[in-house]
Design a binder for this molecule. Structure first.
Ligand code: HEM
Length: 560
């Protein structure tokens, strides 16, 4: 991906600059005093924490030594270590108590609750970037904005994006032509495609008006995630007073400038369109990619046995009936934000910017990772890829017509492969919540103390042998209706679940089906590495440290 963003090597710490000796001289006694005070004030938490299973830690730094190393080494180390424990693991990141939960019954306690809904303090590192957007806000503000935003990702709105999903998928296929026959990192292309699709659908502005900023934006987001990940794992970088004295802080500022300059441009463009009376997306779709004439299914919204990326038995505010969505609410995201701000009370200009930043981040990096893992896995399993392609042949024959909404409902095997990809490689590998009151677990007699960060270890939950026999094997049959019917609902949570589930769940599934089916209708994907060789790193979003290396060959659609 070409870029104008400076890219210093941020994984190699550059150290704290210009801190005087006097500062160090005073620092040590201050830390010791503060530590003594902390132990007294946190007695209740410490007592309960001592009863939780977990590796022994050192005073002050806790288990921080376990978190040293390159991101993929840390990820692998923590995952391997988790096998020494059962359903609950306690870890001290400095003086921050983290309690990892993996039993779906305990996960349900947290995710289904309206009590344990606040994000953990670690999310504050996102603040300079995402402000108080939906991902991190809490209380009344979160509630009001969630109510406003969730309907803009309802299926009725999403159906109006189908042509844009098709047009952008074709555009990606065209761009990929130059990689034919070579090994390359498909994540660059998926990232660019997902940013452009978001701009043209949820934001409703043409990507043509955005110059090169889509490239720079995606790269800046990746680098921001690296910095945030460092602050999560290297406990000494957590306090702002230290972080702000490092060169990371300056670099972060320049990345945020790049990111915010795109969001400001997008909002300015949309406001200008609004002033001219233009509503909806201004992106153009060539006539041959307009699907209205082909689409037969208007009202069917559920694929048998599945519910757009979550267990069939779970429901959230995206699963409301079509008829319950008022006409006014059938608007795309940014249109509705601008309209709501003009009426005054619900959202102001700064809040719109925070929500645009949030949707742009959550909506692009997650789906870029999900689609890149899907292509990687298809490259590994040629037999499964051929089965997907046969299904696509049954739907489209050798025609290259665009996919309709009805077609996406027929892509049942592809959907199972997508769900299995999200199981084995959940783009959001952990979810963290602040616990404000003690919690008695279901899986054990343990009590998790108030004040700690509860970490739902999605990656680990998805690989529990009791729910997924042979969990490290890619097996799309894990999502056959008869298998999902008997599994605990909270054993599959790539989009989280409950009141704070992902608002983009249905958007992501629909977009991914169209993007990935279009790519597979045009290319055969190969991978020289097997899944066991993927070096996973969980820096906010799960990635392959070595890059998503695949090869492509052109494909002609034929019956097997
Ligand atoms: C494969 C793609 C995606 C995955 C795996 C995913 C996963 C998740 C997860 C696990 C959460 C909960 C995070 C937490 O509690 O810390 C979340 C929240 C969220 N996601 Fe997604 N997401 C995806 C795509 C999208 C898309 C396409 C959008 C928007 C267009 C989006 C917007 C959001 C927002 C706004 C939240 C915060 C919701 C709230 O707190 O009320 N996501 N997502």
């Amino acid at each position: 991906m070409s870029t104008t963003v400076p890219t210093p090597n941020i994984t190699a710490p550059t150290g704290i600059t210009s801190v005087s000796n006097v500062f160090y001289f005073l620092l040590i006694p201050t830390i010791l005093l503060w530590y003594a005070y902390w132990r007294i004030s946190k007695r209740h938490m410490l007592e309960l924490a001592a009863k939780l299973p977990g590796p022994p830690g050192l005073p002050i730094i806790g288990n921080a030594l376990d978190l040293i190393g390159k991101p993929h080494q840390v990820f692998n180390h923590v995952y391997q270590k988790s096998f020494e424990y059962q359903k609950v693991v306690r870890l001290w990141a400095g003086t921050k108590l983290l309690v990892f939960l993996t039993d779906p019954r305990d996960v349900e306690l947290i995710l289904s609750s309206y009590e344990h809904i606040d994000k953990s303090s670690e999310y504050r590192f996102f603040k300079p970037w995402l402000g108080d957007g939906l991902l991190i806000s809490s209380g009344q503000k979160w509630k009001a904005h969630r109510k406003l935003i969730a309907p803009t990702f309802h299926l009725n709105v999403l159906k109006s994006f189908i042509d844009l999903f098709n047009a952008n998928s074709r555009h990606t296929v065209k761009k990929l032509e130059k990689e034919i026959g070579k090994e390359f990192d498909c994540h660059d292309y998926m990232s660019e495609a997902t940013v452009e699709i978001l701009l043209e659908t949820a934001m409703g502005v043409s990507k043509k008006t955005q110059d090169q900023s889509g490239y720079d934006y995606a790269l800046a987001v990746m680098k921001m995630c690296d910095i945030l990940h460092l602050r999560h794992t290297k406990f000494w970088l957590r306090p702002d007073v230290i972080f702000n004295r490092t060169s990371y802080a300056k670099y972060q500022e320049s990345l945020i400038n790049t990111i915010h300059s795109l969001t400001r441009k997008v909002i300015k463009r949309k406001r200008a369109d609004f002033a001219k009376g233009i509503r909806g997306s201004t992106a153009e779709v060539p006539l041959e990619l307009q699907t209205k004439s082909h689409d037969k299914v208007e009202s069917k919204t559920v694929v048998e046995g599945l519910s757009y990326g979550q267990s069939a038995g779970l429901k959230d505010d995206l699963d409301v009936d079509d008829n319950d969505i008022g006409e006014k609410k059938r608007m795309a995201f940014l249109d509705l934000m601008i309209e709501a701000s003009q009426n005054g009370v619900v959202i102001n200009d700064e809040e719109i910017k925070e929500q645009v930043d949030t949707i742009m981040f959550e909506g692009h990096d997650t789906t870029a990772a999900g689609s890149s893992f899907f292509l990687s896995v298809m490259g590994v399993h040629q037999d499964i890829q051929e089965k997907v392609v046969q299904e696509l042949y049954d739907i489209f024959g050798d025609s290259d017509r665009p996919a309709t909404f009805a077609d996406t409902l027929e892509m049942k095997f592809l959907e199972r492969c997508l769900m299995e990809t999200l199981r084995m490689f959940p783009p959001v590998p952990v979810i963290a919540r602040q616990l404000n009151q003690d919690l008695k677990l279901v899986s054990t007699d343990c009590i998790v103390p108030a004040g700690c960060t509860v970490v739902i270890a999605t990656f680990k939950v998805h690989r529990l042998e009791e729910y997924y026999p042979n969990p490290d094997k890619f097996d799309p049959d894990n999502f056959l209706p008869e298998r999902t019917a008997n599994r605990h609902y909270y054993s599959f949570i790539p989009f989280s679940a409950g009141p704070r589930s992902c608002v983009g769940r249905k958007y992501a599934m629909l977009k991914l089906k169209i993007l990935l089916s279009t790519i597979l209708r045009n290319y055969r994907v190969y991978s020289d590495l097997k899944e066991k060789d993927f070096q996973l790193q969980g820096d906010i979003i799960l990635k392959r440290a070595e890059g998503f290396r695949v090869r492509l060959e052109p494909r002609k659609m034929t019956k097997a």
